[in-house]
Write a protein that binds this ligand. Structure first.
Ligand code: 5AD
Ligand code: SF4
Length: 439
């Protein structure tokens, strides 16, 4: 027996879906009467919402558990530790054996967190990694207070089985939340202060409802009064329908930004990754998207050093980067994940080779990002102000193309202001307000 926690802290690692899940867990614990602690070192209950995508991310949870325990032990305290997220799903009881944590809860079961915490307080085993058919979303409390830019998970899971990726195993098969539930949550988010909503899913553009695909959902959300901006992420090239491309042309609140991972630029590598698109089909798709929305900012994910990748194959990735001209990107060294087909492939690439390729790829991506940012200087655009800046009088917001913008001297958080971009650095822009406020 141990006492029930009175304060909690949720720490999320990894992707934006984890950020969303972490927020929902915090709302759930607050609805149980627990108080949010400002950091993990002072909380009675520490929820670590973990990521399993690469080995480094997975190991982080174990070092964090040790760190929190040590910090609290110095004050004679022993927190209750709950491991949530994809490491919980993938490793289950192994985490209890390795780190003696109190609660293990998978990404599809976190609506049961209060019950699991109560069980742990009673000294009982508290592990739930079920993937129930009935969605957890119905059991979560209504959203009450959010910032100007909010996340909304509309789709979870993945049926694509890229050979390097753990997501189909940790998040399960592709499931779309029902249309009405999403529209309800979007309205609640707007009532709670959101002006921008980013629709989330591992394959968000695979979302489907009774009446149509993601484009249909976006057109419905566009009609919600007070919702100024819509974004969505992450997309798979094969689910990029003509309807969705057309929405980028027609729907004004749909922002001109698209995260469309390609992973590699060589067809043999793409086939070995089981990506089910080619270099050429991806480039033709980009052409169609740009025809619909010429100013769209493109983003992507890349993996270097996939098993068997030759130097010549890697240079195909570099030339694809030049052909597309991305506005921003994420790039990673291949990390073998237990249970995935690629982990058993011959010709694993030496760490030094991966290091070298990642540095060359990132130099190219940085060059394109700087060029994209520089090209926006002198343009007038709207910025959604989201938080205070570093210096007094500054506010930070996002441009339509998802660039961070520092705005001096005008507006309040939550406002859309019209600005002129004055200068551009590699990672952010500086803007001055134009005379006329946009909203
Ligand atoms: N190794 C390295 N990067 C990976 N990703 C997914 N699995 C792995 C892995 N085993 C990257 C992909 C994906 C992003 C979310 O993480 O680029 O798009
Ligand atoms: Fe992983 Fe591929 Fe699914 Fe993306 S599409 S989550 S990379 S399996």
């Amino acid at each position: 027996m141990r006492s029930s926690p009175k304060t909690f802290h949720v720490k999320s690692f990894g992707c934006q879906m984890n950020v969303y899940d972490g927020e929902r867990m915090a709302e759930l614990m607050a609805a149980q009467g627990l108080t949010a602690a400002s950091d993990a070192d002072s909380a009675d209950l520490v929820v670590l919402n973990t990521c399993h995508i690469r080995e480094k991310a997975t190991e982080k949870v174990y070092s964090d558990i040790g760190r929190v325990r040590k910090a609290q032990a110095a004050d004679g305290r022993k927190p209750m530790i709950a491991v949530a997220g994809c490491v919980a799903q993938a490793e289950g009881e192994e985490i209890v054996r390795r780190a003696q944590v109190d609660v293990v809860v998978g990404p599809q079961a976190y609506h049961n967190l209060p019950e699991l915490v109560a069980r742990a307080a009673d000294g009982k085993a508290a592990l739930d990694t079920d993937m129930p058919v009935l969605s957890k979303f119905g059991s979560l409390p209504r959203r009450r207070k959010v910032g100007p830019s909010a996340f909304l998970t509309v789709q979870e899971g993945c049926d694509k089985f890229c050979t390097y990726c753990v997501v189909p195993y940790t998040r399960g098969a592709e499931v779309s939340r029902p249309f009405a539930a999403i529209v309800d949550e979007a309205k609640a988010l707007v009532d709670a202060g959101a002006r921008e909503i980013t629709l989330l899913g591992q394959n968000v553009n695979a979302w489907s409802g009774a009446e149509g695909g993601l484009d249909h959902l976006i057109r419905a959300l566009d009609r919600i009064p007070g919702l100024a901006r819509i974004r969505y992420t992450t997309s798979h090239p094969n689910d990029m329908t003509q309807g969705l491309i057309d929405a980028h042309r027609d729907v004004e609140s749909l922002m001109p930004f698209l995260h469309l991972p390609v992973q590699a630029g060589n067809d043999r590598v793409l086939k070995a990754m089981n990506r089910s698109h080619t270099r050429d089909s991806y480039l033709r798709l980009i052409d169609r998207i740009r025809a619909a929305r010429p100013d769209i900012a493109l983003s992507g994910d890349f993996i270097v050093g996939f098993p068997g990748e030759t130097e010549a194959e890697f240079t195909d990735t570099l030339s694809l980067v030049d052909a597309v001209g991305y506005a921003q990107c994420f790039s990673f060294k291949y990390s073998p994940r237990p249970g995935t087909p690629a982990a058993d492939m011959a010709d694993q690439i030496a760490p030094a080779v991966m290091e070298d390729r990642l540095a060359r790829l990132q130099a190219a991506l940085n060059r394109h990002q700087a060029a994209f940012n520089a090209a926006t200087v002198g343009r007038t655009c709207q910025v959604l102000l989201e938080r205070p800046g570093k210096l007094p009088g500054q506010l930070l917001g996002k441009s339509p193309w998802l660039q961070s913008v520092i705005v001096a001297g005008t507006g309040a958080i939550g406002e859309l202001v019209e600005v002129e971009i004055a200068s551009a650095g590699p990672n952010s822009l500086v803007a001055a307000p134009t005379i006329r406020a946009a909203a």
